[in-house]
Design a binder for this molecule. Structure first.
Ligand code: ADP
Ligand code: MG
Length: 509
């Protein structure tokens, strides 16, 4: 099928062709003709499958016959984060090149004055985050009575971030007689219920199987320990030669810590999280997009749905606290048919979460090399002194090599040198060695087919910060900063029989 077959206007087709798209993605094929008919659409497709164009292209054609009044937009697109809203705005600008339509972007963290000024002019399309839109509405700066085309994008994320009450309020402010389009990367009972609340007799379009994105992602699991995580990450970056990619942390404060640590170790990185002022977030994203920034250390919310082309790697420094976040995170690579690799660092305490992820993706994440030498891994869980505990906390990201230093096979000169082994240090140190994780060595299979509808984990909304829109995952995060390192509370990791054991070979140099 071609874009011409979808029924779009010639001017829109011209802009699409200039974007370099030759054919519609499966979700576009299904959703665009229905949207053009004026029907409500519920679109479900994985991240990176081109959902933005599903609502943007028909919107441009639908709005082209008509005019808006000042402060009275005819289309409203709601996005959960500022970055996603900005991205939708970029898409709109690109596709509406030959249409005479104006747009205002209403997002938090930027000046009210500029946004109010944009609203005072005629504005056909409003692209907004829910909080800022309500602020402006309450100040009387905007009227939603003329909205005929209403889009709720990334509905699952809206739900995760606690924005649904805001979205419900906004939905009541727009006329009941409207066309509504609702998009989500995942689908479960809650999403279904929500769609029923917002949509009228919708046509449901779903692209179930992971499409191009997923099949081009090679996944790998690297088992490590909390204290060795930082070191493991640096080794991975160096051995795999990772120069460009996302590094995900579960908590925003860890984003900063890890970013500083990587920088200190001479690794080219920048950070992005929701606590940063918007100007800084925009700057970071722009820098990252140029490719010169190397690694982008980020939190889930900051990176959700971001469309950064050609990112070859995703590293989960922390196993996400939600199985669906795993799918979203790794969906940052392997986009638009390109090959991508996704590495996940897991500590023993992550085993439960890993099971839930593996259930969701329909198979195991292939392990890469042994997390620990099997001969040395059977270290019993010992009671550590407070001093040891504190030291471990300090070393978790930065350094983290002291325990493993004596048996570290792949030390590079800019990694911290081995510190004296602590008193009472058992001989069976928890050494982490990483094998060069190449495809040939590991035969990492492609992403397993997503066989079942994802199940949403229950989340703690109490830490939800509506302005920055960031969830602090809180105490269920078993990572640095926890009062008692989680690995002290759990059974030590024992490599299972299927895994390669023994110290890994050094790559031939
Ligand atoms: P989603 O919202 O599903 O996560 P996006 O709309 O952000 O996905 O699109 C993901 C990427 O795919 C973007 O870089 C977009 O420009 C690109 N894209 C969208 N549609 C097409 C297409 N038909 N052909 C090629 N690339 C496309
Ligand atoms: Mg999207």
């Amino acid at each position: 099928m071609t874009f011409e077959d979808l029924g779009l206007e010639p001017s829109t087709l011209k802009a699409v062709a200039e974007s370099g798209y030759t054919e519609p993605t499966p979700i576009q094929e299904k959703a665009i003709p229905i949207a053009l008919m004026g029907r409500d659409v519920m679109g479900i497709a994985q991240t990176g499958t081109g959902k933005t164009a599903c609502f943007t292209l028909p919107m441009i054609d639908i709005l082209s016959s008509g005019r808006s009044k000042a402060r009275m937009p005819r289309a409203l697109i709601l996005c959960p984060t500022r970055e996603l809203a900005a991205q939708a705005a970029d898409n709109f600008a690109k596709y509406s090149k030959y249409a005479d339509l104006s747009m205002a972007l209403i997002i938090g963290g930027t000046s009210f004055t500029d946004q109010e000024r944009a609203l005072n002019k005629t504005c056909d399309v409003l692209i907004a985050t829910p909080g800022r839109l309500l602020d402006l509405f309450e100040r009387g700066k905007i009227l939603l009575n003329d909205v005929k085309y209403f889009v709720i994008d990334e509905a699952d994320r809206m739900l995760d971030m606690g924005f649904i009450p805001d979205v419900e309020r906004i939905a009541k402010l727009v006329p009941t007689l409207r066309q509504t389009l609702f998009f989500s990367a995942t689908m479960d009972k809650q999403i279904k219920r929500l769609s029923e609340a917002f949509l009228m007799n919708p046509k449901e379009v779903a692209v179930d199987a992971p499409s191009t994105t997923a099949t081009t992602i090679t996944q790998a699991l690297i088992k490590t320990t909390v204290s060795d995580k930082g070191d493991t990450l640096r080794k991975l970056i160096r051995e795999e030669g990772i120069e460009n990619g996302f590094v995900f942390c579960n908590r925003k404060k860890d984003v900063d810590i890890l970013f500083k640590s990587l920088t200190k170790h001479g690794i080219n990185a920048i950070a992005l999280h929701g606590d940063m002022p918007q100007s800084k977030r925009t700057e970071m994203l722009a820098t990252f997009k140029t490719g010169i920034a190397g690694l982008l250390v980020c939190s889930d919310v900051a990176a959700r749905g971001l469309d950064v082309a050609a990112v070859p790697y995703v590293i989960n420094f922390d196993v996400p606290n939600n199985a669906e976040d795993y799918v979203h995170r790794i969906g940052r690579t392997g986009r638009a048919g390109m090959q991508g690799k996704a590495f996940t660092l897991a500590v023993p305490a992550d085993s439960k979460m890993l099971l839930s992820i593996e259930k969701l993706i329909g198979g195991p994440i292939p392990p890469v090399g042994p997390a620990r030498d099997s001969k040395t891994s059977a270290t019993p869980v010992e009671k550590k002194s407070a001093k040891q505990e504190n030291k471990i906390k300090r070393d978790k990201i930065d350094g983290g090599t002291k325990d493993s230093a004596p048996s570290e096979p792949l030390k590079t000169k800019d990694q911290p040198s081995a510190a004296p082994i602590e008193e009472n240090k058992p001989e069976t140190s928890q050494a982490v060695t990483i094998q060069q994780p190449t495809v040939s060595q590991t035969k990492m299979p492609e992403l397993q087919k997503k066989e079942q509808a994802p199940r949403r984990q229950k989340r703690d909304r109490s830490r939800h910060d509506p302005d920055v829109g960031v969830m602090d995952h809180g105490e269920d995060v078993l990572a640095f900063g926890a009062h008692t390192p989680s690995f002290l509370k759990v059974e030590p990791y024992v490599a299972d029989a299927a895994e390669p054991t023994g110290t890994i070979e050094q790559p031939a140099s």
